[in-house]
Design a protein around this ligand. Structure first.
Ligand code: ZN
Length: 501
């Protein structure tokens, strides 16, 4: 038994090496690579990914998993060994179901689609992207059929990013959330002028913004001997190993929140990666449990810590000292209200805590309708604009600010968007439990102390890596199922205070 486990681990370790080598190339592509490297880099990445996939779907891996299944071994469910076999068996079963010609066709179609999308967005003309999106929907339908499903065609696509999560469950949670958020946004819109964020829209020196962010994430506990931060156009976090976690951020000299909250957000992802148990290194378990759980960590540090009154009672004097010309005469309450200003807007990535999830729900609904053939792709811009009007009370003036704004569909990804909102909901569930377990947490945050919070996250979430499904992890940590209740209570309390109703 021990011998077979070792053989499985050796094979998975080599596959992991290929995946991580691809991650280094991809990080480089988005940070330092000159444009001339693009074509060769695409080939290099494709070769690594194809090789990793072929090694993984080998019959030998299936035989090892068969021999090591739990009826044979009797390993404890929570052990690293049982978790490894359980999770890898699930990955293996899925990977074997997808024909390699479908994988190749995805790569071909999305390479062209991405170019067409970028051009269509630039010219704000959906019709240029339409035939590509039609193919992408068709490929996702084929992928869903290959993976198989019982209820909704969206289920297996969602499952790629949020294991074991079902479409009907997400839809029910989103319905609850929407019923609360739409009236709340309306109430806030009527009081829009009571919060002013013009102090954030001044010129702030780039290097000073960068340095302030680094100072804060060092306080959070990000370990710069096991990671670094660089600039990229679209901020992201990636990991080459538990000892080498890469954050990226961007700086807008004319808008303070971009770098500041982007840095805190990516640090939340990075702390998760740095906190995975070393015993899981170079196995298939040395990763986050799902995109939703990953996003719960970034949102927790960005919003629940970083946009709180307690946090700024400690850090605002420091920020004022860094930017005296911009902030000397501003009081902390004015700053707190400015960074929490709510405004229905057209672009998802710029949305505030209240409106953000309404952007996601629109995408979730449209993806389902496209896959189920309930909306024609040609009619998508119209459906998009109607949804924006219904959810947020505003309509995009053109396709670039509407249906063409996100990169995900051009990359072939459907089923991804809901994980952003699930992350928001889970962040509050986790944070509520942390506050129960650590009653002095708000005081600690007000003193710029985060070590107890980070230890709590490490113990309860980070160290487990991918051992548990998102539903298992939420249940283990909070004792409850995934729900919108905590998030709604948090949003209502916070924003009725800020907006005075
Ligand atoms: Zn994120």
């Amino acid at each position: 038994m021990e011998e077979k486990l070792q053989e499985l681990k050796t094979r998975l370790g080599e596959i992991r090496d290929l995946n991580k080598a691809a991650a280094v190339l991809s990080w480089d592509q988005q940070t330092y690579m000159p444009p001339g490297g693009a074509a060769a880099r695409a080939e290099q990445l494709a070769t690594l990914q194809k090789t990793a996939h072929n090694w993984f779907i080998a019959d030998e891996i299936g035989e090892l998993l068969e021999a090591l299944n739990n009826d044979e071994t009797g390993w404890d469910y929570d052990s690293d060994e049982a978790s490894l076999v359980r999770v890898v068996a699930r990955d293996y079963e899925k990977a074997r179901k997808v024909p390699s010609e479908l994988v190749a066709e995805f790569a071909r179609v999305t390479t062209l689609a991405h170019e067409a999308w970028a051009k269509a967005r630039e010219q704000s003309d959906f019709s240029q992207f339409q035939p590509h999106l039609e193919k992408i929907v068709e490929l996702n339908v084929r992928l869903a059929e290959a993976l198989g499903y019982e209820d909704r065609i969206y289920d297996p696509l969602l499952d790629q990013f949020e294991p074991e999560m079902k479409t009907a469950h997400v839809a029910a949670i989103f319905d609850d959330l929407k019923a609360e958020l739409v009236p709340l946004v309306k109430a806030i819109s009527e009081r829009a002028n009571s919060v002013d964020d013009s102090i954030l829209r001044q010129t702030y020196e780039e290097q000073k913004q960068w340095d302030f962010g680094v100072e804060v994430i060092k306080d959070f506990g990000f370990d710069f001997t096991r990671g670094r931060q660089d600039k990229s156009v679209h901020p992201f976090t990636t990991s080459f190993s538990i000892g080498d976690v890469r954050l990226t951020t961007r700086v807008d000299p004319n808008y303070l929140p971009t770098a500041l909250f982007g840095t805190l957000h990516e640090c939340g992802h990075g702390l998760y990666e740095q906190g995975i148990s070393p015993s899981l290194e170079r196995t298939s378990l040395d990763d986050g449990a799902s995109l939703g759980i990953h996003e719960s960590q970034s949102r927790l540090w960005e919003n629940l810590v970083g946009r709180s009154r307690e946090f700024w009672s400690h850090y605002f004097p420091r920020l004022q000292a860094v930017f005296p010309g911009q902030l000397a005469g501003v009081d902390v309450e004015t700053f707190y209200r400015a960074i929490n200003r709510v405004e229905p807007s057209l672009i998802r990535v710029e949305a505030d805590e209240v409106t953000y999830n309404l952007h996601i729900m629109l995408r979730f609904e449209l993806e389902n309708e496209m896959l189920e053939g309930k909306v024609k792709i040609a009619d998508l811009p119209e459906a998009w604009n109607a949804g924006m009007e219904a959810n947020l009370g505003i309509a995009p003036p053109n396709d670039a600010l509407g249906v063409l704004q996100d990169v995900h569909w051009s990359g072939g990804m459907m089923g991804y968007f809901p994980t952003y909102s699930l992350g928001n909901l889970i962040s509050v569930q986790f944070f509520d439990k942390a506050k129960t377990d650590i009653p002095s947490l708000p005081d600690q945050i007000a003193a710029g102390k985060f070590d107890e919070l980070l230890s709590w996250l490490r113990e309860n979430i980070h160290r487990h890596g991918r051992k548990y499904t998102p539903a298992e992890l939420v249940k283990r940590v909070t004792g409850n199922e995934l729900t919108a209740t905590n998030y709604v209570a948090y949003i209502k309390t916070k924003f009725s205070d800020i907006y005075g109703f």
